[in-house]
Design a binder for this molecule. Sequence first.
Ligand SMILES: CC(C)(COP(=O)(O)OP(=O)(O)OC[C@H]1O[C@@H](n2cnc3c(N)ncnc32)[C@H](O)[C@@H]1OP(=O)(O)O)[C@@H](O)C(=O)NCCC(=O)NCCS
Length: 269
Amino acid sequence: MRPDSLAVTQSLHEHETVELATDSIHLWFAFPHEITDPDLLARYAQWLSAEELAQQQRFYFAKHRHQYLITRALVRSTLSCYADVAPGDWRFSRNAYGKPEIMPGLTDMPIRFNLSHTDGLVVCAVVLQHDLGVDVEFRERASAAVNIAEHYFSAPEVEALYQLPYSEQKNRFFDYWTLKEAYIKAKGMGLSLPLDQFSFHLADNRPPVISFDDRLTDHPQHWQFWRIRPSEQHVAAVAVNAPTSRIFQMAIKKVVPLVGTTVFACEFL
Ligand SMILES: CC(C)(COP(=O)(O)OP(=O)(O)OC[C@H]1O[C@@H](n2cnc3c(N)ncnc32)[C@H](O)[C@@H]1OP(=O)(O)O)[C@@H](O)C(=O)NCCC(=O)NCCS
């Protein structure tokens, strides 16, 4: 499956609506370093709750405060495309492991979303009803990738990693990493799910397949995954708790909240 592109260059959310079909997944990417206009940033800040503003101020580095603001602006403006709720009016609850969801009662639409942020990139994934997880990572980050894999990945994944030429191991490491994160984020249980008790099986031009060892109760046929290259430096993965027989359309946009959206042609592996 290849992504469709949504409309090009349109103002985001102010009286604009985007339709979210039952079998669609929308990915909205924002590049924080490209969003610097002080007036725009001030408008985003007006959307934040008191709690979010306090959280933003707790970051020591300006870069992290900026990324936090862009993340909040992205999720709030994105959700407002789908439902008649102003960006500043969204309220969120978190489960025991920290997964945010829309506060019940704000909209009748069963919108589910998940966020991920890393150096230089923020993504908000949206779907109706299904549990959803997204992860994006900055590829340059880990130097001792294979050592990390030995500690956290499953035995079949470590073995598959070692069988690759050294030059391919880093990319494959980040594919596993983002897929594992996307899965545990879709489950909403964070690192309470043991990362070595499930495995991904990857082949070119085929969707990733998951398997579970006997200690974990779950079913491969209940999950769909995608691995994506949003930029040269970034690796991303999406997980949806839906039968493998179900066909999803994925639409991807790059967005500057309140300014516009552009087609974003990500590479799918
Ligand atoms: C918190 C966790 C869910 C994701 O952390 P992360 O990958 O560092 O961060 P991401 O940017 O991808 O995701 C963070 C966002 O996910 C959401 N989130 C938080 N807890 C979540 C949970 N339990 N389930 C799903 N989403 C969650 C939040 O929106 C959060 O952003 P916010 O706090 O700004 O709202 C968790 O998996 C974690 O702590 N991971 C540590 C990284 C690690 O060791 N990975 C090993 C991979 S092999």
